[in-house]
Design a protein around this ligand. Structure first.
Ligand code: AMP
Length: 117
């Protein structure tokens, strides 16, 4: 069982903020912003590449409600999904990072020439 499935099952503690039948939002253990929350589906999905459109449709209002609840709906926030190895995904259970509470920097990530597709 993966680490986030253990959080869903209550085998590992988490600092939960919002929950419904399908999703849980909890504080990231190593926050990278004043607000850094992870949103996961309760049902295991490895990564964004595997998630259904139906789950994503249901996750949208959940994240919007979370933003309102935590007071970042108006000030703004950033959603990040790391997908797979090149995306830097470390936990292989789909999760959205919800980051906010400060003006977040944005910079280039790699010193590689642009790849023509
Ligand atoms: P990613 O690199 O996108 O897979 O992000 C995984 C995130 O999960 C990281 O930001 C970690 O800090 C976070 N994380 C790992 N274990 C836990 C945990 N037990 N509770 C909360 N956050 C966690």
């Amino acid at each position: 069982m993966c680490i986030f499935c253990k959080i869903v099952e209550g085998e590992i503690p988490s600092n939960k903020i919002l929950e419904n039948d399908e999703f849980i939002a909890f504080h990231d253990l190593y926050p990278k912003a004043p607000i850094h929350i992870l949103v996961i589906p309760k049902q295991h999905v490895d990564c964004f590449q595997d998630v259904s459109a139906q789950t994503m449709a249901a996750m949208t209002p959940f994240i919007q409600e979370l933003a309102t609840l935590t007071g970042i709906d108006k000030s703004g926030y950033r959603l990040i999904v790391n997908n797979g190895d090149d995306g830097g995904q470390e936990v292989h259970h789909l999760h959205f990072h919800v980051l906010g509470g400060a003006k977040l920097p944005f910079g280039h990530l790699v010193d590689e020439p642009h790849k023509s597709l």
